[in-house]
Design a protein around this ligand. Structure first.
Ligand SMILES: Cc1ncc(COP(=O)(O)O)c(C=O)c1O
Length: 387
């Protein structure tokens, strides 16, 4: 690497690149690879959504939009939230974002100063903790316990991590990589704690609809009022197969809207105009697609659960939600090296557990959002190295 011509912030220079990419870079583009490393479906965005965006382009929707999003999309999101949660969610609480990722960064920009800390539930997809670090804050982890009954959160332990410099508790449920779901009673207890301590809850619910035993996962929307210190983050990426669109939204107290708009201005000056019209179509006509996608994922999940359970070196809890299997491998101490080796030996691309924080080491994540046939083939290829 060539030297920089002048100083950048040391905290930024110290950030580590994605460990998932580190494995993927070793194999992407190679023929015959079955890619299960990234968190996205192999299905393209459905036609009715693409057509709505194309029609918006033809109509000339090519200008800046309000920072909070086009009114038609904010209204569609409010109707959608009201419909799926059975609680009135007013449009004044909705701000459109350029993806879940963008919403996470903006939420944390609003809350975290240098020297502050955020308590996150881990193991977790690494980006939120890195956003805290980008802002000069400290990421603290309340680590889930794993057992035969699945992943469990010790709320006493989480609460004990909060101190005078804690600004927010970050909960990703359904969780990537674990598939853990926080139950309603736990959400209620954490909300009571946040209220009492004057903390924000940032709830990353981008997998809200990727759940196998109900229509929608338990949400902080279910337990909170309109003015509670809760910011719920959603995304179009997962449920509607729109990862490349970069579109998501916040549901937050209306009083926070002005702050989110300001920060949107300084980050992206408004989400992409025509993409937002695709978002309207997704919310208004997308339920059949979600149901079909869920059925396909359930088939792939069943294949993974059945086959992985037969591997003698593997321990895992069947995922209740999201589209990952996160499994421990006996004797595994360097998951990055292991994933590179598995890639070379089997042509299956997996994500190293170390990518999800220290508590993820010893594990491997497999994303099964590809066709059941390819999932079955991948598991056959993995048998010699994991059994
Ligand atoms: C837990 C979690 N949150 C947020 C995101 C961000 O999704 P996007 O930026 O595509 O909306 C992801 C993507 O993988 C994720 O796994």
């Amino acid at each position: 690497m060539t030297a920089l011509p002048a100083r950048i912030r040391p905290g930024i220079a110290a950030l580590r690149g994605s460990r998932i990419r580190e494995v993927a870079n070793a194999g992407m583009g190679r023929p015959g690879i079955i890619p299960m490393w990234f968190g996205e479906s192999d299905l393209p965005t459905p036609d009715f959504i693409r057509e709505a965006a194309a029609e918006a382009l033809r109509r000339g929707e090519t200008f800046y939009t309000p920072n909070a999003g086009v009114p038609a999309l904010r209204a569609a999101i409010a109707r959608y939230m009201t419909r799926i949660y059975g609680r009135a969610v007013d449009e004044s609480r909705i701000t459109v974002s350029a993806s879940g990722m963008n919403a996470i960064m903006i939420a944390l920009q609003a809350l975290v100063d240098a020297g502050d800390n955020v308590v996150l539930v881990g193991p977790m997809w690494p980006n939120a903790a890195d956003c805290v670090r980008v802002l000069g804050g400290e990421a603290r982890f309340a680590v889930l316990d794993s057992g035969n009954q699945g992943w469990r959160l010790d709320l006493d332990r989480l609460e004990a991590l909060c101190d005078a410099r804690t600004r927010a508790i970050f909960v990703n449920s359904p969780g990537n990589p674990t598939g853990w779901m926080m139950e309603t009673a736990e959400q209620q207890r954490l909300l009571d704690f946040a209220r009492a301590r004057g903390l924000w809850i940032v709830a990353d619910e981008v997998y809200a609809r990727i759940v196998y035993d109900r229509e929608v996962a338990p949400s902080f929307i279910d337990v909170s009022g309109a003015d509670d210190p809760v910011i719920v983050i959603n995304s179009f990426s997962k449920a509607w197969c729109m990862t490349g669109w970069r579109l998501g939204w916040f549901t937050a107290p209306a009083a926070l809207g002005e702050t989110l708009e300001k920060l949107t201005e300084f980050n992206i000056a408004g989400p992409t105009s025509f993409a937002q019209w695709g978002g309207v179509a997704a919310l208004e006509q997308g339920e059949d697609f979600i149901a079909a996608q869920r059925a396909r994922l359930a088939q792939s999940r069943d294949i993974v659960v059945e086959r992985l359970s037969t591997f003698r070196r593997v321990r895992f809890a069947p995922p209740a939600a999201a589209f990952y299997a996160f499994f421990a491998v006996d004797g595994l101490t360097d998951s990055v090296e292991a994933c590179k080796r598995i890639l070379n030996e089997t042509g299956v691309g997996l994500a190293p557990g170390a990518a999800f924080g220290d508590s993820g080491e010893g594990h491997i994540r497999l994303c099964y959002a590809i066709s059941p046939e390819r999932v079955a083939e991948a598991l056959e290829r993995l048998a010699p190295v994991l059994d």
